[in-house]
Unconditional design. Structure first.
Length: 307
């Protein structure tokens, strides 16, 4: 999975790969970036409106969120995109681009659909225990060795496999990645937005692939995205923070001012159509069975939670 996603010819080494293969909240509507901007302002206020506020977008992809933020950000906001892909050509000149999270910054750390592509090991329950699932470049699978001690401990705590044939993805790599990213934040808030796994529901595991907007078999040959849902609670537990909250994207966006209420017609057809368009976009972001079902993990260090 690591080679297929981040190797020399990996899926995420190509500029703009996410936008070409799947649609995220940032692609759905400008209302998404407006909501994140409101979250930044709340974190800024909690920090006392210091001389510089840093916004770090981990797994920034095509830079859509940072581009939108740059359009209205005050000069003292420092915007940084973190990704292994090359800097997007259309990214505003004032936005920084790098491969690692800066250390000791104050502000907001954002990770939208990043942890689901942090590589994981897939395991399966067999009659004599739990074994790793090995896969070839063609997608052929076989059972491999036993799970190591840290992996077994994680499964016992977070995702128990009860029946033969049950599968899981070991989340230790995601826990470590999130804890490391949050560890670079000195004071401020950290936001993770991702698909959340439910071990009681997802007994077959969640690993899958995406190519050209369609779900495909997760073949690790670099031609498609490989993604697995995130056990949000274990990531939350791994980070050293003062406060933490888990909520649905629907609830979070409504708290940040996103509404899907049908506008009243006042005789101005052009304005009415524009407001209808915004209502439609808001409804998509808030859809309980769609984008609204994403899970938000909000954590704070040295400040109160901004949500």
């Amino acid at each position: 999975m690591t080679d297929a996603l981040y190797g020399d010819n990996g899926f995420y080494r190509a500029s703009g790969a996410p936008a070409r293969h799947f649609r995220t909240s940032a692609h759905a509507s400008p209302l998404w970036a407006d909501a994140i901007a409101e979250l930044v302002r709340r974190a800024d206020a909690a920090l006392g409106a210091a001389e510089e506020l840093t916004v770090v977008d981990v797994g920034a992809g095509g830079g859509e969120l940072l581009t939108a933020l740059a359009a209205t950000a005050p000069p003292r906001w420092r915007l940084i995109g973190v990704d292994v892909a090359p800097r997007p050509d259309a990214l505003p000149t004032g936005v920084e681009w790098r491969e690692s999270v800066p250390d000791g910054f104050n502000g907001l750390l954002v990770a939208v659909e990043w942890l689901d592509v942090v590589p994981v090991d897939v395991v399966e329950r067999v009659p004599d225990g739990i074994r790793l699932v090995e896969v070839s470049d063609s997608g052929a699978e076989r059972l491999g060795g036993r799970v190591d001690t840290p992996g077994a401990a994680w499964l016992q705590r977070w995702w128990s496999l009860h029946e033969v044939g049950d599968r899981a993805e070991i989340g230790t790599t995601r826990d470590d990645a999130w804890a490391d990213a949050v560890g670079h934040l000195h004071r401020g808030a950290a936001l993770c937005v991702d698909y959340a796994v439910d071990p009681h529901r997802d007994v077959a595991g969640t690993l899958t692939g995406y190519r050209d907007g369609r779900q495909v078999l997760p073949v690790p040959d670099g031609s498609c995205d490989l993604t697995a849902h995130v056990l949000i609670e274990s990531c939350a537990d791994a980070a050293e923070v003062d406060r933490s909250r888990v909520m649905s994207q629907r609830d979070a966006l409504q708290t940040l001012g996103v509404r899907a209420e049908r506008p009243a017609y006042d005789g101005d057809a052009r304005s009415y159509l524009r407001e209808l368009q915004q209502t439609s976009e808001a409804a998509e972001l808030l859809d309980r069975d769609g984008l609204g079902a994403f899970t938000w993990l909000v954590q704070a260090k040295g400040i109160d939670l901004p949500l």
